[in-house]
Design a protein around this ligand. Sequence first.
Ligand code: DGY
Length: 425
Amino acid sequence: MVDLDEAARATLRANDRGDYTVPNGRVYPFQWNWDSAFVALGFDTWARDRAWAEIETLFRAQWADGFVPHIVFWQDDPGYFPGPSVWATGRDPVTSGITQPPVAASVVRTLWVRAESAGEGDSFRPRLEALLPRLLAWHRWFARNRDPEQRGIVVALHPWETGRDNSPEWDAPGEAIDVSQVGEYTRRDTSHLDAKMRPTKLEYDRYLALVQFGRARGWDHAEIAAANPFRVADVGMSMILLRANRDLLALAEMLGREAEADELRALVAIAEAGIGWLWDEERRTWCSRDLLTGRHSGFVTSASFLSFYAGLRDAQKDAAMLAHFARIAAKVRFTVPSLDPDDPGFQMIRYWRGPVWAVVNYMIGTGLAEAGHAGEAGRVRSDTRAMMDQTGFFEAYSPIDGLGSGGDDFSWTAAIWLAWARSAT
Ligand code: DGY
């Protein structure tokens, strides 16, 4: 345990670039949005100031309209594709033009609670006060740009926005993307990693076609949202934003920001009333839904279980999700696989088509525990601990044998060890 603690801190130190952390020095050499948020939880276990700096650095790249990019290219690195010149957002600092799951507000709430209980509330309160309007501006950006029908959902315009790049949830909606004009390019991910663990060529063509689509519209988010060939209400981002709005509301109330609290209460109410649109009654699961066709994906993925983390409480839907959990947990050694192992498309080492991701387990385990499902919560946490204990801090893990998938020495995995997985409760 002590060795693993030290190894986790060493991983974070090695990937630390001063005031932000790269997910992994070779494969992902820049600052990634939701990676950084989770990384802050890890730093906070021994370097509180550094933890807050991680989030503050991310928000230094926020655009004037509240948008927070998924990558910030603080310095160039030829080891990654598509780099800053491909995105061409014309921003300073240079960023990508899409966003990522908004976990930051929930992380900031955790950082705040820990600072306060360590008796350091007074020194961190000004930093919280400075972050709150920035977080709220991002959440407003989502409401304005990504929830056209005011359903309390998040519409993703690129699979990379969801963080679950090659989930089968994007296969059918992705067919509408024209890849005929993408042209030649050289991938860098497959020169660092086994191609069997990565998205396919067709998936990459689609990713790039969407980047080209956004770039051709000068990264005008309203214009892109109105015409993008890929518009999918993502169950993961929708659940995460609902949770983040609840956490930001708690912070606004604590700071006595009444107007902001009212606004956040309204956002939570909209989501509670509308998010049922993502429930697939036929498959009896939460899943993503194509905005263009109205079709549910029908897949049971690890994101389906984030309903507990979102704070949704519905006896029948919860029972259905717990039944899925029991069925899946009986089938794999390590929960929670990113795709139902009973699905014919399940692949135990291919990215988001099977592997277990520690950050998703953290959110699922947290949500299950809060909802009173201690047995399932305990299983998720102890499986996460066992994978790391056996294999180290990989990007993801096979749910069958716990072997690593993707990059090693991964920042957010090490952070989740320190912040959550290492202890039994
Ligand atoms: C990648 O390059 O694989 C990333 O997931 C994009 O964010």
